[in-house]
Design a binder for this molecule. Structure first.
Ligand SMILES: NC(=O)c1ccc[n+]([C@@H]2O[C@H](COP(=O)([O-])OP(=O)(O)OC[C@H]3O[C@@H](n4cnc5c(N)ncnc54)[C@H](O)[C@@H]3O)[C@@H](O)[C@H]2O)c1
Length: 457
């Protein structure tokens, strides 16, 4: 069974279904796409056709190849056309009942096919209830846009046969994807581990750490992320992003690390959902550029520059009996100096390279360091909960969200003992158990075992 499958059925011709069909056809598979809506089928066909034409125009597809790929996909309203499918991928509306009803019909039409759902948030184990062969049912979770995003999460429900997940992993690989094996937990890997990226951005905004554009710039330039959390929310749509946060928070029975952001809820209530409504945190053009220094860091009395370790600049200054500039964590190529001073009116000039200064409000853990620490904490919790292997958790964050590195690899490079100490400092100064270091991080700090290795080996 662990050979890639060739005859593919996709149900749902929307954004995901059409993209998945294109991916499979580009890999040489024969694909049948069905949908209840003729209009959706026409739109799906036109979208795939345009994407292939654009690839040809850019020289990425040889003449005739685009036509051949398109010819491998047939579009139909008749579910019975899936009778010869070896693999059926469902990509319809994100609701359990229509999906369950669909699988009951599909199992009669193609009784020997592997069936998979592209769901982002529903339980694979729950969707398999009532099926004649739940062992042949799994999650096959692509990312949007499917032809461009490299990640596929293959989700193992409680009844899924390991031979079926092995086969889906092989199939995704044959389609040019990076596939990871995931246990059936809410949010799988990516939508679970990414939560702190957004919530820390919102928390910083709520606490007045900096302006929205400075928060986004710090995470882009210092953190190495392609977009900051607030501008990314504008792009995704805050209603969509907040709904995922709420569903994950509820699914984990309110576990504090997943708490949604109040500021985002308020933004949604004001009708500012992001670019799709013309405005979100920003207007339609996204984050305006930040002018440096945001607050003039060069104007004040020069003070000692020290590296952030989770404590606030005020705490360091009190310990040392002298004012300090506390540098936030930043990737080596960061062109600016990000940090906070213990007292207003001081600057970072002493011992600092001549870089523009992005001055933040002083608080424990800063902004970039706190965000990376909480991502590492979330990834470490996922390791503890056996959501996936450490290597797959890191790969999922890189291939699913374009992170510059996996959160576990980041924590390994930072030093697990330093990460634990910094999180303990933040938890102590804020009094917030949200920041308590994960047991997985603590164990790595104590034993020296690599975080990125397999802790269950
Ligand atoms: N959009 C994303 O970013 C994204 C990413 C990953 C996974 N997903 C998941 O993929 C699935 C589809 O999402 P989408 O964004 O493509 O949705 P979409 O609304 O663009 O498309 C859904 C399509 O399913 C069709 N449909 C609805 N009920 C049907 C039925 N009973 N039988 C056949 N066709 C039916 C609709 O006509 C529509 O064309 C959802 O489960 C979603 O959670 C979405």
């Amino acid at each position: 069974m662990s050979k890639p499958l060739h005859h593919i059925g996709v149900v749902g011709a929307g954004a995901m279904g059409a993209g998945i069909a294109q991916v499979a056809a580009q890999a040489g598979c024969a694909v049948t796409v069905t949908d209840v809506s003729e209009a959706a089928l026409a739109k799906g066909h036109a979208g795939v056709s345009a994407a292939l034409q654009a690839a040809h125009t850019k020289g990425k597809l040889a003449a005739g190849e685009a036509q051949a790929i398109l010819a491998r996909i047939s579009w139909s309203v008749a579910l019975e056309d899936h009778a010869h499918a070896q693999l059926l991928i469902e990509a319809i509306v994100e609701e359990a009942e229509p999906k369950r009803a669909l699988f009951l019909r599909l199992q009669d039409i193609a009784p020997h096919a592997v069936m998979a759902s592209n769901t982002s948030s529903l339980s694979i184990t729950a969707l398999a209830q009532g099926l004649a062969a739940p062992k042949r049912f799994a999650g096959f979770h692509f990312f949007n846009p499917a032809p461009l995003m490299k990640l596929v999460e293959v989700v193992r429900g409680s009844a899924t046969d390991p031979a079926v997940t092995a086969c889906l992993l092989e199939t995704a690989k044959a389609w040019g994807k990076h596939a990871v094996l995931v246990r059936d937990v809410p949010g799988f890997i990516v939508n679970r581990v990414a939560r702190p990226f957004y919530s820390e951005g919102w928390r910083a905004l709520e606490e007045g750490v900096a302006s929205p554009e400075a928060i986004d710039a710090a995470l882009r330039l210092g953190g190495g992320f392609r977009m900051g959390p607030l501008e990314l929310g504008d792009l995704i749509g805050h209603d969509v992003n907040y709904a995922v946060a709420c569903s994950i928070h509820a699914a984990y029975f309110g576990r504090t690390r997943f708490v949604p952001a109040l500021g985002q809820a308020r933004l949604i209530a004001s009708g500012r959902l992001g670019r799709k409504t013309g405005a979100g945190v920003y207007g339609p053009d996204g984050a305006p550029p930040v002018s440096y220094p945001e607050k003039d860091g060069h104007e004040g009395v020069p003070v000692r520059l020290i590296m952030g370790d989770g404590r606030s600049a005020a705490t360091h200054a009190a310990d040392r009996q002298t004012p300090v500039f506390l540098k936030d964590w930043a990737q080596p190529t960061c062109p600016i100096l990000i940090g906070a001073v213990s007292q207003p009116g001081h600057s970072a000039l002493t011992g600092a390279p001549a870089k523009p200064v992005l001055l933040l409000q002083d608080r424990p853990g800063g902004l970039v360091l706190r965000t990376w620490l909480q991502l590492a904490n979330a990834a470490a919790d996922a390791v503890r909960d056996q959501v996936a292997s450490p290597a797959d958790i890191d790969a999922a964050m890189c291939f699913g969200l374009n992170y510059p590195m996996g959160p576990l690899a980041w924590a390994q490079a930072y030093g697990p003992e330093h990460a634990v100490a910094a999180l303990n400092h933040i938890a102590a100064e804020t009094g917030d158990s949200h920041y308590t270091p994960s047991e997985t991080l603590q164990r790595a700090a104590l034993t020296g075992a690599p975080l990125t290795g397999d802790p269950h080996a």
